[in-house]
Design a protein around this ligand. Structure first.
Ligand SMILES: C[S@@+](CC[C@H](N)C(=O)[O-])C[C@H]1O[C@@H](n2cnc3c(N)ncnc32)[C@H](O)[C@@H]1O
Length: 401
């Protein structure tokens, strides 16, 4: 991580001064992303998409949703049979521009209108600035039943359905840990004032007791070696302290159904490795990635990969039943990516430009240096029902036929 010594905007200077001139990195990340007036998402400044700050799979066009809908239809079909009188919900947590929900509504309207009449679409968005953009995006699709609410509101009346967390969990604020004199410390963001100029610098504090306990309990449970053998002073990493409450809230919000998490993740052996001395934190702005995460707070996205074992561990403790996980390329192939690519060749000549655009988008979805690195994880809310032939894995986890 760059030893940032970067100008501090006035709003943040005032915030830091009120907090003793230093806060944990997790607090800084929360403010920089979610402050309702100055935060990158809070104020709705970040744009998702090719012309924005970074791309996500649904922002490249409807092909991603057109493949995902096969899996959603399977899950919703089973739920419809299990709950014949219940409305079913597609819950998108962290909907960004609202692209995924908008595309799903259009696709359900075109291909599964019988199911659509039983569906509602629930958008869970904590940032008012993003909510405004989602409402605008969905305006023309008024025939479908959409609502916005929080996970806590859903928990007071849990729904049956499918919950999607697509590139959400990598935006949850993380703690930064650094090895210093052989012990893990908590990285802080501090205000430095010199010659009348205020800047942000990294600092370190001892780990507070609750965090220390959380790390040691979870490291033992999930077999994480933290710090890993061979790590030198200065080795730093991230700790997802807020995964646990998120998994609990999500679990309470669903009465029956599935959770699909799609996000960047690494196995613990690669996440907490001496060969990864600087963690996974990255900032994004105008399609450029940077390791300088303290720069321009409120104007850039900040993300951290998930640790696979830690995420699965927290989900299990919250009551989720992990079904399986795979890379995005495998998931999309199982859902019909190859057939979709082939079908592009059948498009008439006057649609060549469209075919080329969609071909490029489909290939980007599975490019291992970019979106193909994403992992798909599915979880059952309740113990899965076995059929006479036994338990069938979800379609995205099966070998392509
Ligand atoms: C990286 S964007 C993902 C957008 C979208 N899912 C996509 O893939 O295009 C993260 C989104 O999650 C929202 N968000 C961040 N933290 C959240 C939370 N705790 N609950 C709900 N939404 C959150 C952000 O405001 C933003 O809309």
């Amino acid at each position: 991580m760059k030893a940032s010594d970067v100008p501090c905007p006035e709003w943040l200077q005032q915030r830091l001064e009120k907090n003793g001139n230093r806060v944990p990195f997790s607090t800084f990340m929360d403010w920089a992303l979610h402050d309702p007036v100055h935060g990158a998402y809070g104020a709705g400044q970040l744009r998702v998409g090719k012309d924005g700050d970074f791309v996500t799979s649904p922002s490249l066009g409807e092909d991603f949703s057109a493949l995902l809908i096969h899996q959603l239809s399977d899950w919703l079909g089973c739920l419809a049979a299990r709950h014949p009188d219940s409305l079913l919900s597609v819950v998108d947590v962290g909907p960004g521009e609202g692209d995924l929900i908008a595309q799903l509504i259009t696709l359900f309207q075109a291909s599964a209108s019988d199911l659509l009449s039983r569906l509602e679409f629930v958008l869970v968005e904590i940032n008012p600035g993003m909510q405004v953009r989602q409402r605008n995006r969905l305006q023309g699709l008024a025939t479908a039943q959409c609502r916005w609410c929080s996970l806590a509101e859903l928990a007071s009346e849990p729904v049956n359905g499918v919950m999607l967390a697509h590139e959400l969990l990598d935006a949850l604020p993380v703690e930064r840990l650094i090895l210093s004199n052989g012990a893990l410390q908590r990285q802080m963001v501090a205000l430095q004032t010199s010659g009348g100029l205020s800047s942000l610098v990294w600092a370190e504090d001892a780990l507070p007791e609750p965090l220390k306990v959380q790390i040691s309990v979870q490291a033992e449970r999930d077999d994480l070696q933290l710090p890993p053998d061979g790590a030198q002073d200065g080795w730093a990493t991230e700790w997802h302290h807020s995964l646990k409450p998120w998994m609990q809230q999500a679990h309470a919000a669903l009465a029956d159904g599935m959770l699909l998490v799609v996000d960047y993740a690494l196995e613990a052996s690669r996440y907490y490795s001496s060969r990864r001395p600087d963690g996974t934190l990255l900032a994004y702005r105008r399609q450029q990635a940077s390791s300088d995460v303290l720069r321009d707070p409120g104007d850039q996205d900040i993300t951290a990969h998930l640790c696979v074992e830690a995420m699965l561990g927290e989900a299990s403790v919250a009551g989720w039943i992990p079904e399986g996980h795979c890379r995005q390329g495998e998931a999309l192939l199982a859902l019909g990516l190859a057939e979709r690519l082939n079908a592009l060749q059948q498009l008439p000549g006057d649609q060549l430009a469209e075919a080329l655009r969609r071909r490029e988008a489909l290939l980007r979805l599975v490019d291992p240096s970019c979106l193909g690195e994403l992992r798909w994880f599915s979880f059952h809310r309740n113990p899965p029902e076995a059929s006479a032939e036994g338990l069938h894995p979800s379609r995205f986890l099966r070998e392509p036929s």
